[in-house]
Design a protein around this ligand. Sequence first.
Ligand SMILES: C[S@@+](CC[C@H](N)C(=O)[O-])C[C@H]1O[C@@H](n2cnc3c(N)ncnc32)[C@H](O)[C@@H]1O
Length: 262
Amino acid sequence: MNPLSETPAPGRPADPQDDSLLILAAGGDEGLLAKMRQRHAAGEPAPYVAGFLLFRGHRFTMDHRAYITDPELTHLVDAVASAGTSLAAQLRRPLRLLEFGIGAGTLSLSLKIEHPEWSFTGLDIDPPALALARTNAAAHGVALELLESDFLSAWPAAAEPPDLLFGDPPWGGPTDLYDETRDGHYYDQMPALSAYPGGTSPCGIHDELIRRLCALGWPSALILNYGVLPAAVIERSAAPLAEWRVVHPRPDISVLLGCARA
Ligand SMILES: C[S@@+](CC[C@H](N)C(=O)[O-])C[C@H]1O[C@@H](n2cnc3c(N)ncnc32)[C@H](O)[C@@H]1O
């Protein structure tokens, strides 16, 4: 039987995009494709099975060391690209950007590929994820500074703050979903500190990052993804900032644009 025409094993529902990834990963090896489909049907996320993901047309190595970038994060990248372009025009020089919680590097590397004149530093608390970001940066021949850091602790005290800080810190819980194809079990397979913030606030990492930025008084533009969290939660989280607004690139998705210093 041709595995390309097999009905999927019971378990995870067949998603055409996931299946395309597996077909690409199998490279025409039908036995391998059948095995990959079995793993995926048993609940393993397609990018972990395939060993890579596609984001904004770029290919990034992906494995269990790092969070699987949600496709919706292309909206965050758009917001950073748009705000960054305006800011660079104002400053009349290439931008210095900092990504908080860089994971496998997908977001910063996409931006760097699309805006090679900008420079990027990526922070993450998780060394294995940073190792994967390093691999992805090398594969794309792109320079990226990577720092192991709990919040902003590794940012050198003497260094100028970045022009723009952005990120998708962990948010929500197993029932806060972009869509039903990625459920709690999907996110449970990601590194412990990557999917959910823990604690009592559904955006506790955002809250703490904002608290620290305000204490530092950084003038950096701030762009954070809050996913599908409710407006009241986001308003409470953003309240310490000197200025902020929320944009909705998709009606259910919220991205905060703000600054700790007026
Ligand atoms: C939702 S993932 C996003 C990863 C990446 N930006 C992407 O979209 O693929 C959140 C990332 O924040 C990192 N993180 C969580 N808590 C952190 C902290 N206190 N300091 C720095 N990074 C943290 C996690 O290790 C994880 O890589």
